[in-house]
Design a binder for this molecule. Structure first.
Ligand SMILES: [Zn+2]
Length: 455
């Protein structure tokens, strides 16, 4: 007898490019049945009118910062929007070494979602005491390579860089670090060197890195790199390269505002909002004493000086170009979700429902099945997760059930953690982990290594 039978829903058929009706059965932690009949089950869930999707896989987020207390914050937001597996440690800013992260998850007896981690390069520059503009020595490069090697041995699946955050970093410095990740299974992700006018050159640099490494290269959040008038050219360039070498790919988030720390180099220079054709009031601060405050020159300068670790939100990108990347036939949807002191950007709580509500249902920018593919099958293949991202007999029972007529993000720039509408249930490893907005289980998720190995 099955543990659970989910009846009457529609599941994605990526090969045919359509949604199709099917009942889905779960036994233990696996999908055990997919078909028209109704085998006996201990629990039957009526999913009429709903989509039964593989759990969403967020290939770009920022993991739990356990230094803020041993608890889950961002993983809860992820689960509430239907994410069941996420890759943390991106943009070079992994919060803690891989071993420590694993220990924390094990001490908590599991996680709300499955976690994978890339080793953050910039973090190790800071551990060595290097500032954003300090030239690195060969001895320090070797030390960082050892840190990264240790993370990889402990289960990190690759390396991440935040090139923009330490602009002194050369391509050669990155390639030297990449020698630590010498397997075709390793993933190198990078937050580009410069956005807007520098976007195309930045993508060119990242393509060069792809040409030199054995693994896969992921251009991080293309949205905040190129949605300032460069998206079309950026996508053309990426497509042309991917036609030859599909190891390259990218992720993008569905918001026309970006978020990062106010103290970061992103905001260096005289009148920094000018670089995006914007002004101080287009920058929103997120924590006391400037919670939900739009900047003036004075507030901006005070925040940078006295609260450099406060997240700021810049309303700076073009919506048309955000849509272009969301609807593109290549690339993946990812949240870039980041939380600091419980505050951040609504993308951490709304990304996937926003794509399904705004871009699929309301604007018809892409089909439902294509959107689901970009948030399940595409990242699963990228991450070597053979048993995730599709619904088949033997697949991991990571599932999300949502109503395509009502799914919508509710999180805003002032209420960043509001859970979405339309997500009914989520299963992580066969365990019913979410019902509506309520988290029922915080321990069903594992830390996963290369090819989804449970660590
Ligand atoms: Zn980033």
């Amino acid at each position: 007898m099955l543990d659970t039978l989910i009846t009457g829903g529609m599941i994605p058929d990526f090969d045919a490019g359509v949604m199709k009706p099917a009942n889905v059965g779960i036994s233990g932690n696996k999908v055990h049945f997919v078909g028209d009949s109704e085998p006996a089950a201990r629990e039957v869930i009526d999913a009429s009118g709903c989509v039964v999707s593989p759990g969403f896989i967020d290939i770009h987020m920022h993991e739990e910062n356990f230094a803020e207390g041993r608890q889950y914050v961002i993983a809860d937001l992820m689960l509430r929007m239907g994410v069941t597996t996420a890759l943390g440690g991106n943009c070079g800013i992994q919060y803690q070494p891989m071993a420590e992260f694993r220990q924390n998850v094990h001490a908590l007896h599991g996680a709300p979602i499955n976690y994978m981690i890339v080793s953050g390069y910039n973090r190790y520059r800071y551990v060595l005491g290097l500032g954003h503009h300090d030239v690195i020595t060969r001895a320090q490069q070797d030390q960082i390579r050892q840190f990264i090697q240790k993370d990889l041995e402990d289960g990190a699946i690759g390396i991440s860089f935040g090139i923009e955050y330490d602009p002194i970093m050369t391509t050669e410095e990155m390639l030297y670090a990449c020698k630590a990740a010498d397997s075709p299974d390793h993933l190198v992700t990078a937050h580009y060197r410069t956005d807007a006018d520098g976007a195309i050159d930045s993508i060119r640099e990242m393509i060069r890195i792809q040409e030199e490494i054995p693994g896969k290269y992921q251009i991080s959040h293309l949205s905040s790199c190129s949605a300032f008038g460069q998206m079309k050219e950026a996508l053309d360039m990426i497509h042309e390269y991917m036609d030859r070498d599909p190891r390259l790919d990218y992720d993008t988030y569905p918001y026309s505002a970006f978020s990062t720390y106010i103290g970061f180099t992103t905001f260096d220079g005289e009148d920094p909002m000018k670089q995006w054709g914007k002004d101080y009031p287009d920058l929103l601060l997120t924590e006391p004493p400037y919670e939900n405050v739009r900047c003036t020159k004075e507030i901006f300068e005070d925040a940078r000086k006295n609260y450099p670790n406060m997240l700021a939100v810049a309303f700076a990108m073009n919506e048309d170009e955000i849509r272009m990347a969301v609807a593109d036939s290549r690339g993946m949807i990812a949240s870039d979700g980041i939380i600091s002191g419980g505050k951040g950007h609504p993308r951490a709580a709304g990304t996937f429902p926003r794509v399904l509500g705004k871009y699929v249902r309301e604007e018809g920018a892409l089909s439902l099945v294509e959107a689901i593919r970009k948030m399940t099958d595409a990242p699963a293949r990228r991450l070597g997760l053979k048993n995730k991202g599709r619904i088949f007999e033997g697949a991991d029972a990571d599932l999300v059930i949502f109503d395509p007529e009502t799914i919508a993000d509710r999180a805003t720039f002032t209420e960043t953690a509001l859970p979405p509408d339309g997500i009914r249930l989520a299963y992580v490893g066969g365990i019913k982990a979410l019902e509506g907005h309520d988290i029922l289980c915080r321990t069903a998720g594992n830390v996963l290594g290369i090819n989804g190995k449970i660590l």
